[in-house]
Design a protein around this ligand. Structure first.
Ligand code: GSH
Length: 203
């Protein structure tokens, strides 16, 4: 398989899952600042121009954290990345969708000025402030919902997603509420997470 990714981006979550599952893959780095995600060859794989994109062994491409992680979990059931019980699985998806859709898609996307939120000067400042408010509000809600330890108790596809937004918060100096801070510390203890961060150039 080929993973189209950028170090320290949301693709870190999929990178963690692939390494947790010990799946062989090639990493293809896409520079968003250089506009590589808008080149015709990349748009042919992912017309949204977003990362991650995972190209499967049969050549099909799969996009978006939620879709890729769901496929990985279903394809490798013994890794128990998504519970068999329907309600428990729905709880994982509830956290995952909030993290990817709101914390990243609404909050950090405004802070990073990505995904069509681009604006300069004062407008850019106001967008970033709005993004920060959205992140803080979503973090406060997640803090009331997280289990002790991993997001819903056992390690699941929600955890690497929560990790990548916690990592961004850490890098930007956005404080994590207590349960998120404990989750972030727990994730950073996982050998795979430590290896992935090293591979992506972080110490
Ligand atoms: N919902 C998508 C969002 C992916 C996303 O926004 N990725 C960012 C990088 S972290 C990106 O590709 N930004 C460039 C763009 O959208 O032009 C997913 O989960 O994969």
């Amino acid at each position: 398989m080929k993973l189209y990714m950028a170090p320290g981006s949301c693709t870190t979550g999929i990178h963690i899952l692939l390494e947790e599952l010990e799946l062989p893959f090639e990493a293809w780095i896409i520079s968003i600042p250089a506009g590589e995600n808008r080149k015709p060859e990349y748009l042919a794989l992912n017309p949204k121009g977003s990362i991650p994109t995972l190209v499967l062994d049969d050549g099909q491409s799969l996009t978006d954290y939620v879709a890729i992680s769901y496929w990985l979990a279903r394809r490798h059931p013994r890794a128990k990345l998504l519970p068999e019980d329907a309600l428990a699985a729905a709880r994982v998806m509830e956290i995952l969708v909030h993290v990817v859709g709101t914390v990243h898609g609404q909050g950090f996307a405004r802070i990073f000025n990505e995904e069509g939120f681009q604006a300069d000067g004062e407008a850019g400042e106001a967008l970033r402030a709005q993004g920060r408010e959205l992140v803080d509000k979503a973090f406060a809600i997640l803090d009331t919902q997280l289990a002790e330890g991993y997001a819903t108790g056992c390690f699941s596809i929600a955890d690497p997603a929560l990790f990548y937004v916690e990592f961004w918060a850490d890098k930007l100096g956005i404080p994590l509420p207590p349960r998120l801070a404990a989750h972030y510390a727990l994730m950073r203890q996982r050998p795979v997470v430590q290896r992935v961060l090293r591979e992506e150039g972080y110490r």
